[in-house]
Design a protein. Structure first.
Length: 112
């Protein structure tokens, strides 16, 4: 009777010991969630299809930060473009509207 129970109890004790060690030393394992490093933040995303997305990511802080646009597919992540922090200040002032452009094209002064 104890021939079968003893190995099962030993295996159970071994599994509990491994679980306790992993819980105790998880801060030393690579890839833990709370690790420090370069701060990254997803700033936007656009779905291109059921499995494809464009994602905008800000990496770093201060003057050295970089904005990246990434293409994300099920098997890969591809860099579409990289923008330094100075290039992301916002859109430039808008140019003349459609009505002004049409009026400039239709005016007889510029056709001569």
């Amino acid at each position: 009777m104890f021939q079968n129970a003893l190995p099962a109890i030993g295996l159970l004790v071994l599994m509990m010991l491994v679980a306790w060690m992993l819980q105790r030393y998880k801060r030393h394992l690579p890839g833990r969630l709370g690790q420090t490093g370069v701060p990254m933040q997803v700033t936007g995303g656009l779905s291109l299809g059921p499995q494809h997305r464009l994602v905008s990511v800000r990496i770093g802080e201060g003057p050295g930060q970089v904005h990246m646009v990434l293409g994300v597919a099920p098997g890969s992540i591809t860099t579409v473009t990289t923008l330094p922090s100075g290039d992301t200040a916002g859109p430039a002032s808008p140019g003349p509207g459609f009505a002004e452009q049409l009026a400039a094209l239709a005016s007889p002064k510029e056709r001569a």
